[in-house]
Structure formats: C-alpha cells, structure tokens
Design a protein around this ligand. Structure first.
Ligand code: NAI
Ligand code: MG
Length: 334
C-alpha cells in the first residue's frame, strides 16, 4: 500500500520550509500520500487547541510524521507540544546528526557527529513541578529509569553498529547528579560492554562542551540524557553552520516524527529567509527510516552540491537568496 505521511507545517517559518521539503520528496518520486494536520499556534487560532485530537489520530494512524517547528506560547498552562508528543507516542530516542558541508560559514570541516538524546525522561519528565504560593521557591524532578537508560544506550550502539560507526561517548554529570546521572552512566557502561566492536568512551557534560569546541573530530556518536542532549545538539549544529543545518528524528518502537532541531524563528518568519536544509535533512532521515536509502542519497547529494557551489543559498549560509530560490536550485538538480 502507498505510504501515508502526516505533515504538520507548524508555525512561523514552518509552512515555507515544509513546503520546500515536500516539493523535493515529490520530485524524487516518493509517491507518498500526505495528510496535513495542524498543531501549535496555528491550531490554537483555528480550533482553540494547541494539539487537536485529529492531529493526534493522524500521527497514530500513519506512524510517520514530518513536522515543522511549533511555537509554544510562554506562560501558565501551556506545556511544550514537542515534549507532549514525544511522551504520548513514546518517542524515546531523538537522533540528531550534524554533517559538514563545504561553503557554509562554519568554523570546522569534516564534522560528522550524531547526538542520540533520551527523549522522555530526565529533567523534561515534567514530574514533581511545584511552585510555592508566594512564588519564591520552585522545584521539579528529574527521573531516570534503568529501562529508559538501557533502551536509549542500546539504541545508540545498535545504530552505531548498523551505520559502521566506531565510537560511542556517553555524556553525563554523575560526579554531581549522583543518583540520576549516576544511574545513566552505570547502565551506559554495562551496555557498552556488550559491544566490544565499538569503542566506548564517557565524558562529563561540561568538559564535553569544551571538547566539542576545541576538538570536535574526536566525537562520533554521543548518547546522553534529555536536557544535556537538547543543549549539546544545538552546540553541534553550531559546528556545521547553525540551526538551519540540523535535523532530528524522534523515534519510538513503532512511530516516528521527523523535524528540524530549530524553532519557528519568529524573527525571520514570513520573509522568505529561512534555510530549508534542516527540514530537508529531516526528510532524508525519514526516507532512511522507511528503507528508501537510494532516494535519501539523491537528495543529500543535491543538497551538498547546492550548498558547496553556493548556488542560491540563504543568508545564514552566506548567500543572498531566499527559501524559494534555494528550493528551486534543489529541484533543478533532482
Ligand atoms: P529558533 O530556533 O526558532 O531561532 C533561533 C535563531 O536561529 C533565530 O535567530 C532564527 O532566525 C535562527 N534560525 C532558526 N531556524 C533557522 C532556519 N531554518 N534558517 C535560518 N535561520 C534560522 O529558536 P527560538 O527563537 O528560541 O524559539 C522560537 C520558538 O520556537 C519558541 O516558541 C520555541 O518554543 C519554539 N521552538 C520549537 C521547536 C520545535 O518545534 N521543534 C524547537 C525549538 C524552539
Ligand atoms: Mg532544543
């Protein structure tokens, strides 16, 4: 049967970069059927809900979703939609690869790092949130389970093995966060021993930040807990030219949501300035997930050519063009 994909254009720059990705998927002959659904501010304005039931049903039904960034309104009563989606569909792993392209403004070349971020536990578990009545004290709970840690670290090693990668670095803060990060590190060491063919390393998160900036080529796969993974993956995006270059896949046991790492970029929304690369690369991850590696490779190499020749690239890449011109340059090559 024809693969159906749930598409959430999202807020801000979302609709324009998602449109770019869909045109490219169609151009390489993917033959998907798309079910469009709303979420975020767009949905709130239309239906009075950030995450309408129909959207949830479509995510569940089709199992594969391509999603633009969503604006989470700041303030009382709104939990992040992304956090809700990841929890609701048990999307326990967040795979965030960064890859250098020549011709960007990046400070490094030949970067190829995948951050595997635990996506449902840790500081983002949403548990134990208490604010005292007078607002002078606030607390929240971080929860790590052996099951959750084992699942994510095993996912990282299996991915490393499948993709012929050499090294997995577990990043933690077990020296201070002895109970939570301590459990994560303990489990990471145990899992690592089951993969003698892959080099296992471990690093404390603050040192890891410094090492990523000073000597990023020592890293291959990084596996870590939710908050650290969120931060480190943006740092990694900075190594290859910024957030416009960084895709992410939220993967559970039978459901997946592919998206850009960045947000809705309100500062450039509606100006045809957004770099669509991150969402295009998210759709490449989606094709790989669907065992359509040949089409994924076609898109990746067209992207490489557009960026490396600087043919109609966007401002964040040092070019002078907009989302639509960048997309046209991609479509010509495909
Ligand atoms: P942001 O990622 O939207 O923007 C940060 C900076 O990067 C801005 O200067 C923006 O112009 C630039 N940028 C981001 N994507 C770009 C692209 N494709 N091309 C060129 N430049 C790009 O982060 P910010 O401003 O902190 O968040 C804005 C909203 O997005 C918030 O409501 C936040 O909650 C939401 N958000 C949503 C995410 C998601 O849906 N996955 C992830 C992160 C934030
Ligand atoms: Mg983030």
């Amino acid at each position: 049967a024809q693969q159906r994909i749930t598409v959430i254009p999202g807020d801000g720059i979302g609709p324009s970069i998602i449109d770019s990705a869909i045109q490219i998927l169609d151009k390489v002959g993917c033959d998907f059927e798309y079910d469009y659904a709303d979420a975020g501010i767009t949905a709130l304005e239309k239906d009075g809900e950030l995450l309408p039931a129909r959207t949830l049903e479509l995510i569940e039904q089709n199992k594969v979703t391509l999603k633009g960034p969503l604006t989470t309104p700041v303030g009382e009563g709104f939990t992040s939609i992304n956090v809700s989606l990841r929890k609701q569909f048990k999307l326990y792993s967040n795979v965030r690869p960064v890859l250098s392209f020549k011709g960007t403004q990046a400070r490094y070349e030949n970067i190829d790092i995948i951050t595997v971020r635990e996506n449902t536990e840790g500081m983002y578990s949403g548990l134990g949130q208490v604010v005292s009545e007078d607002g002078s004290e606030a607390q929240a709970m971080s929860k790590i389970t052996r099951e959750g840690a084992e699942r994510i670290v095993t996912f990282a090693y299996e991915m490393a093995r499948r993709e012929g990668r050499k090294k997995v670095t577990a990043v933690h803060k077990a020296n201070i966060l002895k109970s939570t990060s301590g459990l994560f590190l303990k489990v990471a060491r145990e899992v690592g021993e089951r993969y003698p063919d892959i080099e296992s390393a471990e690093m404390i998160v603050d040192n890891c930040c410094m090492q990523l900036v000073m000597n990023p080529h020592q890293f291959d796969v990084i596996v870590t807990t939710n908050l650290f993974g969120d931060i480190l993956s943006d740092l990694c995006a900075g190594l290859v030219g910024g957030l416009g270059m960084a895709p992410g896949a939220n993967i559970g046991s039978d459901c997946a949501i592919f998206e850009a790492v960045h947000g809705s970029a309100p500062d450039i929304a509606g100006k045809n300035l957004a770099n669509p690369t991150s969402v295009i690369l998210a759709s490449v991850q989606m094709l790989e997930y669907l065992n359509m590696g040949d089409k994924a490779e076609k898109i990746r190499s067209a992207l490489k050519d557009v960026i490396e020749t600087g043919d109609r690239t966007t401002r964040d890449l040092g070019g002078e063009h907009g989302t639509t011109d960048f997309t046209a340059a991609m479509l010509e090559r495909l």
